[in-house]
Design a protein around this ligand. Structure first.
Ligand code: GUN
Ligand code: FE
Length: 438
């Protein structure tokens, strides 16, 4: 992980399909003439004092249908939460009008919070999931969208279960075709994702069938992996191997896979994930409620695993990747120090676990882009112009910058820990303004 470079008065030139063509600095020979020309053509957005341009945020794990539940239903373990709250809510998305209402509100909120790319689980309904893809495209949000597949009789309720593995496989294929064929999606701003819910929800036939689709189509894959004690042990009891090894067996661990959580993965699991080039969505806030442990982030990074951040709405009751960055730092400190004061200091935590605010920022931007293999998350030539403009002096801002005290690095730390959506004045995806002036 390299250092974060903060550039003052940089001039980014963006071409027609929304790519960054060049980044000029005041010392460069072309800078003054280029700026003069762009000003004359009124083709430049100039930042005011206290305004900062950042790469857009990448949310690697977000359950779109759980949006109406955000902030509640946090009182029971994962397996009860699914049965008691989440499956009944997700089942409602057979009603497309309900889906339209919920998904429109979600996508608008994500963009308002600066999430330029989101990786969404949909529900187990093809029409509602296709609608989610269309709403992302209409709103201009870069998105990866999956119809969740779940056919296991033991763990999925009668009212919310794929009637067969064959149906889930067919509808996954139909979503891949449908998203590819959406008018206006020629640049593939929205892409389909193969989405087995998690091992307890899926039969072998379904996992194998989805693995075959991954092989044939090279589409992205997303699922949950070794999330909680219960989920991890369920996979071990069923197969005698970890979730990671099982997903690999079924052809679901690819360069384009995002595994959510992974709190209980072993060192060999990390090596396997790294060797396949798959990525982990670290969801720090959700893990605090449902995972029974803190994700060993530092160890994963040291094993060469690609890691980015996820909100895990609504397991994680936060909308913003800025919040996920701050929570990443907090959880890493709890893991490092340990939490039980009755345990002696030396053996209380896992030393060397902490990550810095800057590392967390990297995870929520650049690393998210790398995880997905997309040219996003970095304001450099050749990358898509997916960016946000932070206004530190916005109304209702909680940011307190002090010019005489704060270095540019420190300003970024303050943005990570105390900016909110009111500070996000404008958002661009692929060069198009999707929040703020058009
Ligand atoms: N495991 C299976 N389904 C889910 C879900 O919806 N959220 C989380 N956090 N874990 C899951
Ligand atoms: Fe999840």
């Amino acid at each position: 992980m390299g250092a974060i470079r903060i550039r003052e008065r940089a001039l980014l030139q963006v071409t027609e399909p929304g790519l960054i063509e060049s980044v000029l600095l005041p010392g460069d020979a072309d800078y003054a003439p280029s700026l003069a020309t762009l000003r004359r053509e009124q083709a430049v957005v100039e930042l005011g004092s206290g305004e900062y341009l950042l790469p857009g945020f990448v949310d690697l794990h977000n359950h779109a249908p759980q949006w109406p539940q955000l902030g509640k239903a946090l009182d029971v373990p994962l397996e009860d939460w699914l049965d008691r709250y989440t499956f009944p809510l997700e089942a409602r998305y057979r009603d497309e009008e309900f889906a339209r209402r919920a998904y429109s509100s979600l996508v608008a909120a994500m963009i308002a919070n600066g999430t330029t790319t989101a990786v969404y689980f949909g529900s187990a309904h093809l029409p509602a999931t296709q609608l989610l893809a269309e709403l992302c495209l209409q709103a201009g949000q870069r998105a990866l969208v999956g119809r969740v597949a779940m056919d296991a009789v033991d763990t999925c309720p009668d009212y919310y279960r794929d009637s067969s593995a064959g149906l889930a496989i067919e509808e996954t294929e139909a979503l891949i075709t449908g998203v590819g064929a959406m008018p206006g999606n020629e640049q593939r701003l929205v892409q389909p994702v193969i989405t087995p819910r998690f091992i307890p929800s899926c039969t072998d036939e379904l996992l194998a069938g989805l693995g075959e689709i991954a092989r044939v189509t090279d589409a992205h894959v997303q699922t949950h992996c070794s999330e909680s004690d219960w989920a991890h042990e369920y996979g071990l009891a069923r197969y005698g191997r970890t979730d990671t090894v099982s997903y690999d067996y079924f052809g679901l661990l690819t360069r384009k896979t995002v595994l959510a959580h992974c709190n209980f993965i072993t060192c060999p699991d990390m090596d396997l994930i790294a060797s396949r080039g798959a990525a982990i969505a670290h969801c720090p806030l959700s893990n605090a409620y449902f995972a029974n442990a803190v994700f060993p982030l530092r160890r994963a990074l040291e094993s060469g695993v690609r890691v980015g951040l996820g909100t895990d709405i609504s397991g994680g009751p936060g909308t913003s990747i800025l919040r996920a960055m701050a929570d990443t730092v907090v959880m890493s400190r709890l893991l490092e120090d340990g939490v039980d004061a009755d345990i002696p200091t030396a053996s209380r935590g896992v030393s060397g676990s902490r990550v810095s605010s800057m590392e967390a920022f990297y995870l929520g931007t650049t690393a998210g882009g790398i995880a997905l293999g997309l040219p996003i998350g970095l304001l450099s030539p050749g990358m898509s112009f997916d960016a946000i403009l932070v206004d530190s002096a916005a109304a209702e801002s909680a940011l307190t910058l002090w010019e005489e005290f704060d270095s540019t690095d420190e300003i970024l730390q303050k943005i990570i820990h105390s900016a909110n959506r009111n500070n996000i004045k404008q958002v661009w995806v692929a060069g198009t303004s999707v929040k703020g002036p058009v």
